[in-house]
Every structure is written in structure tokens, then in C-alpha cells.
Ligand binder design. Sequence first.
Ligand SMILES: [Zn+2]
Length: 236
Amino acid sequence: MILSLPLDDGHTLDVRIRTSSRAKRLRLVSSLRGVEAVAPVNYNMAELQEFIKSKKGWIRKTSDYYGKIRQKAGHLESEHVLYYLGKKFQFKVVKDRLHSATVSENLNTITFHVRDRRRYKHHIQEWYRRQTGQIIAERLPPISKQLGLHYNKFSIKKQKSRWASCSKKKNLNFNLLLAAAPQQVIDYVIIHELAHLVVMDHSKKFWDLVATFDPDYRSHKAWLEDHAPVIGVQDL
Ligand SMILES: [Zn+2]
């Protein structure tokens, strides 16, 4: 049974009522799960309500306290999420003698085996670097051939605010976190950089060229803009 306690600010606070044969008198328990009133089996409802009302200040204070902890825990949980090929994965870090990573599509989890758990962010970064490197090595040559746009060489770099860049020497740089994006979005980034070999700026001429190779480029561009903060380009 749940008793809704009206608060001064218009909100209500739910107090779960649980009877216990061992309870000799009314008592309140506050925890991460919420506030619970433990009552003897033959409790009097009016008495219970009166008791809860008299403890309103305490209930308010402790539930605020646990509420903050819950929020923090939720925040930590969200930090254990990463994107890989456009999909959200939960990740786990386990201590092991050898470094490895296992991706489970079914369970939606990636497990990182690391020697030093304190350096897990570094390991995740290196994992992204390998994934991105493989994808670019696979996709860039055929796309370049197909478009007839030839680059010099490419590299995978840690870049804080850019997904990719193109130099005057026709060298292409890709952000190591690019593997977080869906395949079509990665292809768009490749097309975008190859198009810079013809038009260096972001003029209408440039976007028209991109559109001929990727008619859906607007939605791909939007995906990157929307996800840049959650993928945490600034974090890793
Ligand atoms: Zn550009």
C-alpha cells in the first residue's frame, strides 16, 4: 500500500507501507528505493497517517538526500554507454592480464579487458582508433575510386572538435571516434573530405558536389551534429 503525502510545494511524496509481524511500533525507513513505513500487523490507519505527517520534515530531508545519490548513480550509468556504428552499447571494464574487447550485439554490451582499470578511458580510445582505422581502410579506397577523387594518404587522429579534415597536400585526417557513427554517416564523412580535394571551402559549389555523391548528406550531417556531445569528442 502506498500513502501519498502532500508537500508544501504542491508535490506529493509516496510512502510505501509495509506490515511486519516483528514490528512493535511504527517506524520509517528511508533508502535509495524510497521511503517506507514499517507498521505492526494491527496498525491503526489514522495513527499511521498522523505519525507520517509528524515526520514530514525528516522524510523530505532524507528523500532529497537519496534523490541526489540516485541522480548521481544515473549519471554514472550514462557514462558507461558508448556508440559503435550508430548503436548504443553498455560497456563494462574488467581487469585481465591481456588487453581485449568483446562486442556482443545480442546483449548490446562491449566488454573491455584491461590490465589497469584506472586507464580504461585510454584503452577505449585505442579501441576506437583501431575500429575507425579498419573502417576507413576498407571504405576510403573504393569510395575514392568510385568518385574519381584521389588523396595522398590518410591518418586517424585524436581531434577535439572535428570529425575529419583535409590538408593542402591531399592528406585526409579522420577523428578516431568516427567508428561511433553509422556506416552511412562514416561514408558521408569520407565523401565530404574527398570533395574538399576539389573545393576547399564550404560554399554552395561544395555542397552541390557532396549532394551528387550522397543525396542524403543532410541527415548524415545532422546525425554528427546531434551526437557529437554524447559521443564525447571532448571527453576521450
Ligand atoms: Zn568540410
